[in-house]
Design a protein around this ligand. Structure first.
Ligand SMILES: C[S@@+](CC[C@H](N)C(=O)[O-])C[C@H]1O[C@@H](n2cnc3c(N)ncnc32)[C@H](O)[C@@H]1O
Ligand code: SF4
Length: 335
């Protein structure tokens, strides 16, 4: 089986990759899953969460998408499609920024961000009002025409992930889009970025699927010289929805509290504060940031109960009970 990997040219976020290597590929793995270690480590986690405040915000600017990826539950999502207005976006961002020391904003949710024609204006608003904030986006790049690419390069965005989950041989089968169009768009962006000597970080990502397994080396060889990093990784099962998709078993060990519940804030296109990015149907809502203060919602009984359960290694809450994401989240608790 092909292993998950990340190939860097510029070092951004290497520390997590390094920790992951230490804890999953070396003898430390055995120690971390032992009972004695868990006891001390759990105590350290409890101490740490007392001071932990959210530093990452994810806002879903749209839940509409023009692709049909085989590994993405977007195709079965029942939520009503919407594009968030500029006014709503500003209100949500300001609400969170006034309450928490947010360092990173991802403007992407369960959809293709460029279906929203106002996405660049949203990036500009965030960067102009909060210059220290690192802003990033995930896109399938199929709608990244020359105008969008030029505007994006001028937008002061910090990082872009292009999700290209195949090569000419299998891309259409996997994503339902035209490979040549996407390739042309990404190459135009990367060339222009080079000409402009832009500092925007670019990442190319591919999910390891049975449809593309034989072509992964080709993908890496083609894109790695052109971009700051290339990531190949195993898909998640989106909280149990995609039954036969996950290949994450090689990292399975003990399950740890999910650090994202403390450090991240996820807001869906309607403005709902939801528990995390795995909850693509917004099943578990804590209130709406267009009407209520984010801090009040995070301090509510419902939210605090969820955190308490996780700290007690009780993963029976909806969404958590079928999620395969937190098996390697012991990584996140290590200073
Ligand atoms: C849900 S998409 C939304 C943004 C955009 N449409 C895109 O494809 O980049 C965000 C990221 O999730 C990834 N993704 C889709 N299905 C996944 C799965 N089963 N496991 C892990 N990541 C997945 C996509 O490849 C993409 O990089
Ligand atoms: S991975 Fe992105 S492009 Fe593919 S269906 Fe999901 S949201 Fe759309």
């Amino acid at each position: 089986m092909i292993k998950e990997a990340r190939y860097y040219k510029k070092f951004n976020g290497l520390s997590r990759a390094f920790k992951k290597f230490l804890l999953t590929q070396t003898p430390l793995k055995k120690m971390i899953n032992s009972g004695v270690y868990s006891k001390f480590y759990s105590r350290a986690i409890r101490k740490k969460v007392r001071k932990l405040e959210p530093s990452v915000l994810q806002i879903e600017n749209t839940n509409l998408c023009n692709a049909k990826c085989v590994m993405c539950p977007h195709t079965i999502m029942k939520r009503k499609g919407k594009i968030m207005s500029q006014q709503e976006f500003k209100k949500i961002l300001d609400n969170v920024m006034e309450n928490y020391p947010i360092k990173r904003l991802t403007i992407t949710g369960f959809g293709e961000p460029f279906v929203d024609k106002g996405v660049i204006e949203k990036i500009k608003y965030a960067k102009d009002k909060y210059p220290q904030l690192k802003v990033d986006i995930y896109t399938n790049a199929s709608l990244l025409n020359k105008k969008n690419a030029d505007d994006l390069l001028r937008s002061k965005i910090d990082r872009i992930t292009f999700s290209i989950n195949g090569t000419e041989k299998n891309y259409r089968k996997i994503m339902g889009l035209d490979y040549e169009n996407t390739k042309k768009n990404v190459l135009y962006f990367l060339n222009k970025k080079k000409q402009m000597n832009s500092h925007i970080l670019t990442n190319l990502s591919l999910m390891i699927l049975k449809e593309n397994e034989d072509d992964i080396k080709k993908f890496i060889d083609f894109w790695n010289p052109l971009t700051d990093s290339v990531r190949v990784y195993a898909p998640s099962n989106w909280a149990g929805t995609l039954k036969n998709i996950s290949k994450r078993n090689d990292f399975r060990g003990k399950r740890w509290p999910c650090s994202g519940l403390w450090s991240q804030i996820m807001v869906d296109v309607q403005g709902n504060l939801i528990m995390c990015c795995r909850d693509y149907e917004s099943k578990v809502k804590f209130g709406n940031l267009l009407k209520e203060d984010v801090k009040k919602l995070r301090e509510s009984r419902k939210f605090q109960e969820l955190l308490k359960k996780q700290l007690n290694f009780d993963f029976s809450s909806p969404v958590c009970c079928t999620c395969d994401n937190s098996f390697d989240s012991s990584l996140d608790w290590i200073c």
